[in-house]
Design a protein around this ligand. Structure first.
Ligand code: C2E
Ligand code: CA
Ligand code: CA
Length: 438
């Protein structure tokens, strides 16, 4: 039975109802033009069923046709809206992904299509299910071609290479791309297992009050040490975790670990605060406020000892939602800081709109701090603006005495950076907290 779509016989394959080669080529041209404008890659994947001909010969054309229809349906449901799967030959399909971020994303889709084909096909009247495999070749615009013809041809070349290597797999066009995609997918797979393997841990960077040099608190920073002791930079794995949505479990882990740790610090008065970074995904969790409340309850940490940092980039993505969630968190007594302030969309309208308590001046400005420099004027302006709005100002990435002196002279409230200390492990944190208490 053909699929229930608007089937134009000139543009669709009558057996499966999928777009045919002609419609596909049109769509590739449109996607390529759009990608050129938006400077975003697109991917063309050619998929060939391995050893379909003998199956067709042995089981007969009725079963063969039914298998093709089933496979077509599986492929169509493995892709996203906006993607195209076309039937471009007897047992050959071609997929267009008009919006990919990296070649690894195309590699991931190739792998999921390969798996979709590999599941056994049960055909009515047949005693044994049919088991097929598929081989794919992937071409990326603009690296592997600028038009439908060259992209299709290069994807086909990659497909032939994958077949020559034994089939039931995929290949990208160049060895370099294959290497990069494999490396990144491996990293993602390892990151997926990292929490369970206890390879993720938390370090704490001290934050000091500039007026008297006293300890104010710590920022919790996630660390990933892979087996063998190699550290993956936070910048690398945090963005990978965000793309793979692994930042939710990791963020949850960091929040719990940091609150547990902070609950044990006894300082003067209430004790040092702990700042935890929140990612965009966490902010969009429907029950993030409940989760924070639960963690505070479980660790018995006073809400006023916790500061949540969100970057302005994250905050402005869905300003309305952000404002609502921040108000909820603040209502519980938790402090909110706008992180990396100055490099993103620091518009006054947002500052006015988001209920925040502190601004963290991005380290790129701090690094440029010299009296009379542009960076100096910007930092001085941020401090004045923040204070006018009754916000606490925290400078990050302070590395020199000169930078610290500038900040102090301009009334910046607090600072962190290698000038004092990098992120520390628990024993060093404890020593600092004890020292601060006596
Ligand atoms: P961030 O929130 O801006 O964190 C400050 C970064 O500056 C940290 O890098 C810290 O090690 C580094 N740093 C501290 N002092 C200095 C200094 O004096 N000079 C310079 N050049 N750098 C300094 P790190 O730990 O590599 O983290 C990078 C980013 O990864 C963080 O930037 C944050 O956006 C993200 N991140 C780290 N941990 C977490 C986490 O648990 N959750 C989330 N969502 N993001 C995290
Ligand atoms: Ca931060
Ligand atoms: Ca920051």
């Amino acid at each position: 039975m053909p699929m229930a779509v608007d089937v134009d016989p000139l543009l669709h394959d009558p057996l499966t109802g999928l777009p045919n080669r002609r419609l596909l080529e049109d769509r590739i041209e449109i996607a390529a033009a759009q990608a050129q404008r938006l400077e975003r890659p697109i991917a063309v994947l050619r998929l060939d069923l391995d050893r379909f001909k003998p199956v067709n010969d042995v089981r007969g054309p009725r079963v063969g046709d039914e298998i093709l229809r089933r496979i077509a349906r599986r492929l169509a449901s493995s892709i996203l809206e906006g993607d195209t799967v076309a039937r471009t030959g007897g047992d050959e399909f071609t997929v267009l992904l008009p919006d990919v971020r990296h070649e690894e994303d195309a590699a991931k889709v190739a792998e999921s299509l390969r798996r979709a084909v590999a599941a056994p096909v049960f055909v009515e009247g047949e005693r044994e299910p049919v088991r097929l495999t598929a081989t794919l070749g992937v071409a990326i615009f603009p690296a592997d071609g600028h038009d439908a013809e060259s992209l299709l041809r290069n994807a086909e070349n990659a497909l032939h290479r994958a077949k020559a290597l034994g089939g039931d797999s995929y290949q990208l066009c160049t060895p370099e791309m294959n290497r990069r995609a494999a490396e990144r997918l491996k990293l993602e797979e390892d990151l997926r297992a990292a929490l369970a393997r206890e390879e993720i841990h938390v370090r704490y960077q001290p934050i000091y009050r500039l007026k008297d040099g006293s300890l104010s608190g710590f920022e919790a920073l996630a660390r990933w040490t892979r087996s063998g002791g190699r550290e993956v930079p936070a910048e690398v794995f945090v963005s990978l975790a965000e793309e793979a949505r692994l930042i939710l479990p990791i963020g949850r882990f960091v929040l719990l670990a940091a609150c547990r740790e902070a609950a044990r610090w006894k300082g003067r008065g209430a004790g040092p605060t702990v700042a935890v970074n929140l990612s965009a995904w966490q902010l969009r969790e429907p029950r993030i406020a409940d989760e924070v409340a639960r963690v505070l309850d479980e660790t018995r940490l006073a809400p006023s000892r916790l500061m949540l940092e969100i970057t302005e980039r994250v905050a402005v993505q869905d300003a309305e939602l952000t404002a609502r969630v921040l108000a909820q968190l603040r209502g519980m007594g938790v402090y909110i800081a706008l992180d990396d302030f100055g490099i993103g969309y620091s518009s006054l309208a947002y500052l006015h709109r988001f209920p925040v308590d502190a601004l963290k001046i991005d380290r790129t400005f701090v690094q440029e701090l010299r009296p009379g420099s542009r960076g100096g004027s910007i930092v001085a302006a941020i401090i004045a603006l923040g204070h006018a709005l009754q916000l606490k100002i925290i400078a990050e990435g302070v590395e020199t005495d000169e930078q610290a002196a500038f900040l102090r002279a301009h009334g910046c409230d607090e600072a962190q950076g290698y000038r004092w200390s990098g992120p520390l492990a628990t024993p060093d944190v404890n020593a600092l907290v004890e020292e601060a208490t006596v």
